[in-house]
Design a protein around this ligand. Sequence first.
Ligand code: HEM
Length: 77
Amino acid sequence: PVYTQDDVTKHRTLEDGVWVTYNGSVYDITDFVAVHPGGDKIMLAAGGALEPFWALYAVHNQEHVLEILAEYKVGEL
Ligand code: HEM
C-alpha cells in the first residue's frame, strides 16, 4: 500500500504504533524499538524520516542494518 506523510506522522508512540520512512518506503518498527541496540533514541525518528538521524549516527551505514529495516516494511510513501 501507499501511505501519506500524514499517515506516518500519526504513528509515533508505542500505543499507536511507531512508523518511520526511509528512501521512499514506510516501516512499522513498533516491535523493534525494544530491541534497538541504540536504545530509546530511535523514538526521535518516530513518525518521520530516518535519514537525518542516520546521517548523524553512521553506525547505521551497514548492510546488516538495512536488512533489519527491510523486515519491517509495510508500504510506500
Ligand atoms: C545502533 C538499527 C534508528 C541511534 C544501532 C544498531 C542497529 C541499529 C542494528 C547496531 C549497529 C552495530 O553496532 O552494528 C536501527 C534501526 C533503526 C534505527 C533498524 C530504525 C528503524 C535509530 C535512530 C537513532 C539511532 C533514529 C538516533 C536518533 C543509534 C545509536 C546506536 C545505534 C546511537 C549505537 C549504540 C551503541 O553502539 O552504543 N541501530 N537504528 N538508531 N543506533 Fe540505531
